[in-house]
Design a protein around this ligand. Structure first.
Ligand code: ZN
Length: 256
């Protein structure tokens, strides 16, 4: 399923196609959203837990910047966002029975409702640690762990090695590499990036090295700060769960 929403650089975006699909499923058009507060409200209900998830990424970003840390997306960020999202669903159902009824009714037609129910029931049953296990592999395969982020900032090291190697080359060879091509737009893996380093022009390598150098140097502090944040958030989620003191509910199979 395409992402329902995403957060990047202070901007939280919703997938317009999914919004369009939703209003169509209600026999309406996107224009009706501006005219019909009830339709808008139902769309918000459908997406509110997604908003909480993405807003968590916003909070992570603001926190990381305020600490002067390099940005680490990936596994820890998603674990936290999923925990917060699932806890939100449990809290909101508890405080607002009409939301619980809405999810219950919507689960047959809405993948978003099934995800909200599936993850919140698992949080209730298996507690916050569950997000650290199979759920990550299923929802975000390839998302780098905190250690993986440190490793990817280690990208600075092979570039530096290549620059050092080039500096020792005979002048003609060195010149030829000076104006070689830039990095490609995207790569399938970090290994592919590393394999490409020897083919990239020296000035592009220097630019890339400058970009990664700072994150690389901050890696030890960043590793400790992100690990602590994840531990704290996991504990806090379990504490909030205890405070809610909910009756056990039936598990809902995950839609993905
Ligand atoms: Zn996320």
């Amino acid at each position: 399923m395409a992402a329902a929403a995403w957060y990047q650089d202070g901007v939280l975006s919703f997938n317009e196609k999914l919004i369009e699909q939703y209003v169509k499923s209600q026999g309406r058009t996107l224009d009706d959203l501006g005219r019909d507060p009830k339709l808008l409200e139902s769309l918000i209900r459908e997406n509110v837990h997604v908003f909480v998830h993405e807003a968590t990424h916003h909070r992570q970003d603001v926190w990381g910047k305020s600490q002067g840390l390099p940005h680490y997306g990936g596994e820890a960020a998603e674990k936290e966002a999923m925990m917060v999202e699932a806890l939100f669903v449990l809290q909101k159902e508890h405080q607002d029975p009409s939301y619980a009824r809405f999810l219950d009714d919507a689960q047959d037609r809405s993948i978003l409702a099934r995800m909200a129910l599936g993850q919140s029931r698992r949080l209730q049953k298996d507690r916050a640690d569950w997000f650290g296990e199979s759920e990550m592999a299923r929802c975000f395969p390839g998302g780098l762990s905190i250690s993986g982020q440190v490793w990817s900032n280690g990208f600075a090291a092979p570039i530096q090695r290549e620059l050092t190697r080039r500096a020792r080359l005979p002048e003609a060879e060195r010149r030829a590499l000076e104006d070689a091509r830039r990095f490609q737009e995207s790569y399938a893996s970090m290994d592919d990036v590393r394999k490409d380093i020897p083919l990239v022009g020296t000035k592009h390598l220097e630019k890339e090295f400058a970009k990664h150098k700072e994150a690389f140097e901050k890696s030890p502090d960043a590793y400790a700060a992100y690990m602590k944040r994840l531990r704290d958030v996991t504990e806090l989620t379990d504490r909030r769960l205890d405070e809610l003191d909910l009756p056990m509910q039936d598990a809902v199979p995950s839609p993905i």
